[in-house]
Each structure stands twice: as structure tokens, then as C-alpha cells.
Design a protein around this ligand. Sequence first.
Ligand code: UTP
Length: 287
Amino acid sequence: MKPLRKIIFPAAGMGTRFLPATKASPKEMLTIVDKPLIQYGVEEALSAGMDQIIMVTGRGKRAIEDHFDISAELEANLKRAGKSALYKEVSRIARMAEVVYLRQKEALGLGHAVLCARHWVGDEAFGVSLADELIVHSKPAMQQLREVYEATGKSVVGLIQVPADQVSKYGIVAYEAEASGLLRLTDMVEKPAAEDAPSRMAIVGRYIFTPRLMEILADVKPGAGGEFQLTDAIALLAKEEPVYGVVLEGQRFDAGNPEGFLMANTLLGLQHEQYGESLRKLLKAHL
Ligand code: UTP
């Protein structure tokens, strides 16, 4: 088994749930306290040993490339001004990973965005991470998946349990618990009505796939909403070979919409060394 090092960050979506903030700026550059979402995602991947990164971007996403690029002028200015902590942080970000960029010319769906990276992935297993889903835990979500992948050599998707009235917002899985305790997925349905949902286990934006997923994606036809759904391809993959689900430890925020974003900022703000205390005071004064 080749070491798992590749990871795709699909970041070409329109971000319509977060308009007007996302009209001219990428959703992935929205900040949680002091860092953009995409940086949390890249740091999580790196800490799980996935250091070959591909971003699938589209129109209006240049800021992502600039964020991970070297800004010689900024670095020189910070150095000259004696702002050494900021200088170190800015230069660390630009050098933290090998990132390549690829454009999805039309936003045809998440499945299509992943397929855009097919040639780069080749015959290796690879991760997929959706940066607008923030998962906060001391053990990075990607590492939680990686451990199951290394034990089985099979595809693994991150799951969370959601309330019954929320299933229609997610891809929901059917599964069987194996004797080993692993959850083997048997089916997946994108955004089912509550009465049609096979369980309350929802797929969240962390995945590791065997290369077979790419071949399946290449044949998938547009599904719900006219988009190429990744969920449809995972359901087909699960009919051919085992696909496991990992119920992720940690708190998960859908920071791609204002409500989840505010909650993520509040939690990480409260936990922040420098800003936590004043935020706590503000919240207390208004509750
Ligand atoms: P989302 O549905 O969360 O993102 O897709 P979106 O389409 O940007 O958001 P809304 O629904 O309009 O508010 C999940 C992930 O898939 C990427 C998005 O960038 C996000 O990371 N994506 C989605 C693509 O890269 N290309 C697409 O065509 C669609």
C-alpha cells in the first residue's frame, strides 16, 4: 500500500448560502477568529500526514492561491518593522505545504470537482476535505479517518449523527456494524425526506478513497439538483468494495452558512488565549 499523502480540497463552489459575503471573496477565505477556513483544513491534513495538496478552484478564488503563496514584500515589511511573530506566521503559511491548483471551469457539483483531480491522483488512494466544514477536536478528523484506512486499506468517510428533522440537509447512510466494530456502509441517499432516511448518520466533509472512486465518478450521471453528486459515486463504490464510516469525535460546524460560521467563531473565540476573556464578558453582558 503506497503511503497516503494526497488530498483534494474542492473549493470551486458558489457559496450561495453565504451571499453577499461570498460574492467577490471565496467562502474558504472566511475567517474563524484569525485564520481562514482553508488554513484550518490544510493544517488538519498536514497533521494527518497528507502533505500533497490539490485545490480545485474556480472563478474569484485567487485569494486562496495568494494566501499560500510567498509575499516577499509583506515579509520584508514585517521584518523591517520588528513584527517577528507575525513575520514567522506569514512565512510559515507560505511554506507549510506543496499546493497545486486546478480549475473547475463550471460548478457542476462536488463529484465533478473531485473528478477534476483524477490525473493528479493517478492510482493512489487520496483524501478529500471540505474546508467549510470545520471539525474541532484534539485528534484531527483526517487522522481519525486515516487510522481506519490504514487498518483496512479501504475507503472511509466521516460521519456525524444528526437529529431526525435535519436529515434532509445531508447525505445519509445505511450501514451494518461489523464484528470488529467498524461501520460498513451499504447505501447512501442525498438529502432524503425524514421518512425515507435509512439512518440518522450523515456524511460530513472528510473522506479517504481508493482510486476506484475516480473511475466510478467518471461514469456517474448528474443526480439531485442536476449536479454530479459525490454521494452517488460513494453508493456505487460501496456496492463493489467495502466503504467504512467513522463517527467523528469533535464538534462539527458547517461554516459555509452564517449560522454555523457564527457558532464556530464563538466557540473558537471563547477558547482563544488572547480574545476569549473579553468575548466571555461580552456574551455574559448580553445573555
Ligand atoms: P457546498 O454545496 O457546500 O458549496 O459544496 P457551495 O456550492 O459553494 O455552497 P452553496 O450551497 O452554494 O452555499 C461542498 C464543497 O464542494 C465544493 C464547494 O466549494 C465546497 O467546498 N464544490 C461544490 C466545488 O468545488 N464545485 C462545485 O461545483 C460544487
